[in-house]
Write a protein that binds this ligand. Structure first.
Ligand code: HEM
Length: 469
């Protein structure tokens, strides 16, 4: 048999190309180090959907086929749960929406969904703008004192900004800087370890020997203790006579009641859900904005076109939530940045029962790696897929998009609950940044490369020069 083995004909009328186990194993080191080129090369060689062994161990179907992605995420979503990889994450972060499953997930989703409706997000617009202004003000001051420009590390800046936005949207509290930094650091460390333990499963005995699991369990306990304190403080404050609770996401979690029982969530559940919002809601937006700024620094004509539209619509005033639909160019740039650099670059699922898709037999237990990065760069779905062309998301153009070829927020019932929040946040940040500054690339930096952990981030931070306008 050649390098591409085929599955037993008796099993299915249609079978997938299979990357042999030895080849997967050989590549697992390269995959752990730099997955995107390995996955792209595999798909270019074998086809849009292939069977391979992750880390040389776990049999999995890797796909960048929009139809199959839609089948798994939407059309037959009931048959697909998150895989044990994602569920393993709950060891560290609990069972909030992102890591929850089945009827319990559905009950929680129905409970929490109204907290993310448009109007609720509209109510957070002021906060998002305030934090953005607070973050940009010292940079403007530095630029003013430094000849009109300041060079900034972009990923660091966007991570700080988006973490402040989500932390204040959830907890309102103006956290002490050191505590905020610790929170962010705990989340980052836990995530990095989790990704390593999955991508290099053969290191598990070594991690165990070195006490790495215990160490990260302790970090997660510290994280929960920190958040538990904020929640307890809120509950104490709410219990005071004439208390006026803030209108934030934590209060939403405390106020909601299950339809069937009329009961609130238990304190532990509130903690799980609040933590998952912090985790899901900051690195994703930070990465998307980082890549957008990288792209705008290389495409000043796009920044100029966003600015021209902003000036025409707002004539110098700050945008409100209701202005955002008329400021489409900033949104298209955000959408295009997430096409080129999808923060959720891969999503996994497992088949709960046997299934079929266009003649392909999918046995129970089949693992899926839905390769969003691959979908977003496939020339079948995109003209000039590697070029930054925000206009492809303008209303007339966007209608031509194939369903599920563009999935930065996933799709189907588990579509990102924070999508409206994130789009609003990113559009506002882009508008505020471009209103105050020209964004220029700082020459002489090493090439910027991608590091796909749970989210797709730049391997090393890079700087842009913000020049006061
Ligand atoms: C650019 C920013 C963001 C991106 C690209 C993004 C992407 C995603 C994706 C792809 C999923 C689905 C994962 C899957 O199906 O396995 C998801 C789920 C989720 N996201 Fe986001 N997200 C972003 C921002 C946010 C924000 C700001 C929040 C919270 C305020 C948030 C909260 C969540 C939650 C709770 C889930 C789980 C939903 C469920 O399974 O019911 N996300 N996100």
């Amino acid at each position: 048999m050649g390098e591409v083995e085929t599955l037993e004909k008796a099993v299915a009328p249609f079978s997938l190309p299979r990357v042999p186990r030895w080849r997967s194993l050989l590549r697992s080191f390269a995959l752990a180090k730099d997955p995107l080129p390995v996955l792209d090369a595999t798909l270019a060689r074998y086809g849009d959907t292939v069977e391979l062994f992750i880390g040389g161990v776990e049999k999995s179907i890797l796909t960048r086929d929009a139809g199959l992605t839609q089948h798994v995420l939407q059309k037959n979503s009931r048959n697909y749960a998150k895989s044990k990889f994602t569920q393993g994450f709950s060891r560290y972060v609990g069972h909030g929406l992102l890591t929850n499953e089945g009827p319990d997930w559905l009950r929680q989703r129905r409970l929490i969904q109204p907290g993310f409706h448009r109007q609720r997000v509209a109510g957070l617009t002021g906060l998002m703008q305030e934090i953005t202004a607070e973050t940009l003000a010292p940079l403007a001051a530095q630029a003013a004192g430094g000849g009109g420009a300041v060079a900034v590390p972009v990923h660091e800046l966007m991570t700080r900004l988006t973490f402040r936005i989500i932390a204040r949207s959830v907890f309102s509290t103006n956290f002490p800087e050191a505590e905020l930094d610790r929170l962010a650091q705990l989340i980052t460390e836990i995530q990095a370890f989790f990704v390593r333990s999955i991508r290099q499963p053969y290191l598990k005995p070594w991690f165990r020997l070195r006490g790495r699991f215990r160490y990260h369990d302790a970090l997660s306990a510290e994280l929960r203790a920190l958040l538990g304190r904020y929640i307890a403080q809120r509950q104490q404050a709410n219990a005071q006579p004439n208390a006026t609770p803030p209108d934030d996401l934590l209060q939403m979690l405390l106020d909601v009641r299950y339809e069937d029982t009329g009961e609130p969530m238990t304190p532990d559940r509130v903690l799980d859900e609040a933590l998952i919002l912090l985790i899901a809601g900051h690195e994703t937006s930070a990465n998307a904005l980082t890549w957008l700024i990288y792209l705008l620094a290389h495409h000043p004509e796009e920044a100029a076109s966003i600015r021209a539209e902003t000036e025409a619509v707002l004539a110098g005033r700050s945008p409100t939530f209701d202005d955002l639909p008329r400021l489409g160019r900033a949104l298209y740039a955000v959408q295009e940045a997430m096409r080129l650099y999808p923060p959720a670059w891969m999503v996994d699922r497992v088949a709960l029962a046997d299934d079929h898709y266009q003649g392909l037999h999918i046995p129970k237990g089949t693992l899926f790696s839905l390769y969003f990065y691959g979908l977003h760069h496939d020339a079948k779905y995109w003209a000039n897929p590697h070029e930054f062309r925000p206009a492809r998301f303008a209303p007339g153009q966007a209608r031509a998009l194939q369903p599920f070829a563009y999935v930065p927020f996933g799709g189907g019932p588990r579509l990102c609950i924070g999508m409206q929040f994130a789009l609003t946040e990113m559009q506002l940040v882009t508008l505020a940044l471009l209103r105050q500054f020209e964004v220029e690339w700082v020459e002489g930096q090493p090439a910027v490369t991608m590091q796909p952990l749970i989210t797709l981030r730049p391997k090393n931070d890079f700087r842009v020069r913000l020049r006061l306008r």
